[in-house]
Design a protein around this ligand. Sequence first.
Ligand code: PMP
Length: 403
Amino acid sequence: MIVTAQRDYADLVQRGLSLDLTRGKPSPRQLDLSNDLLKLPTSYRAADGTDGRNYGNLQGLAELRELFAPLIQVPAGQIVVGGNSSLAMMHDTVVHALLTQVPGAARRWIEEPEITFLCPVPGYDRHFTICERFGIKMVLVPMNAGGPDMDVVERLVATDASVKGMWCVPKYSNPSGVTYSDETVRRLATMTTAAPDFRIFWDNAYAVHHLTDTPDEVADLLALSAEHGNADRVFVYASTSKVTLAGSGVSFFGGSPANVKWLLHNTSKQSIGPDKINQLRHVEFLGDGGGVAAHMRRHADLIGPKFELVDKVLTERLGDLGTWTSPKGGYFISLEVPHAAEVVARAKAAGIALTPAGATHPYGKDPDDRTIRLAPTFPEPEELEQAINGLAVCVRLVAEERG
Ligand code: PMP
């Protein structure tokens, strides 16, 4: 058997592939779906009559906030529209919290002896990078089928006042595809926290990114938290990066009135106003919730078959050498195999670039060395099939060699 695995791997290397499955980017054909944006807006007047070409309106156009309010479960008045990147908004809210007291805080986070964020794993590497950048300690929380292990979360937030934050991707999580259950969301909204200024960074990046006709729903954390006296607990984020153009979309922050006031107080020192021409363009292009849903179905038509292809090849070629997810939405498949780092290294040597093993965990260290994040959206199906076939050869080789 081992001879067969080694021969297959030698054949793979011989082919001199150059394939990239690293980042969850939309494919050019997905971007083409939004090409009409390049001809918009037809008018630079906002609904309130103001001139979108000029400075002003730090919070963002009301018509865009109203369009996205039901989709991201935040009242329009409590949304702030950002630039093209919600990640930038997350980064900047952490910086603002370090430098100016968030509502409810006794002092600025930078004055705390230690700050800890809870990190459900596997998770999104760029969340962890923000923490690493500012010396924020990260504590791993295992993900279950309905979201993070809430027994662990409740214990940590109740007993450790240094726990100021928690990263959450509530729908079609990056990379596990998990959607938080109603029970998880209820417990997040109601749990007792030792830190009065604890914040959940609710990164709803895949709120409308369904792959099936039976979309997952997530309970409304912001409303539930407010109902239970914890209105300030939640920072919501979302963007149209994977709805329209990944480099030219719009992003959103949502929160309690106090949090919105705090954020605008900070951003008013940064900018005289956002790009409202882009905001107008998005309102005109997407129209309403139905328009967003129809547009997202066109994405699903393009990427759904890619997810199916990965599932099919893994089923045929890996069998019980690994387990993987079949998400109902989002951008990733999470593959679990023994010796993940070595599999990724073998794939790299064969010209197949995968997200580094460990990237799904804080500090790039997966204690079990098992998780590999697969991003099937960007490559064309033929390349994708080659890459997954090649990956299966690598998994088999490592399994045989390591016994
Ligand atoms: N959050 C998650 C969970 C993501 O997967 C991504 C994109 N990979 C982002 C945020 C980045 O969002 P944006 O393009 O709005 O910065």
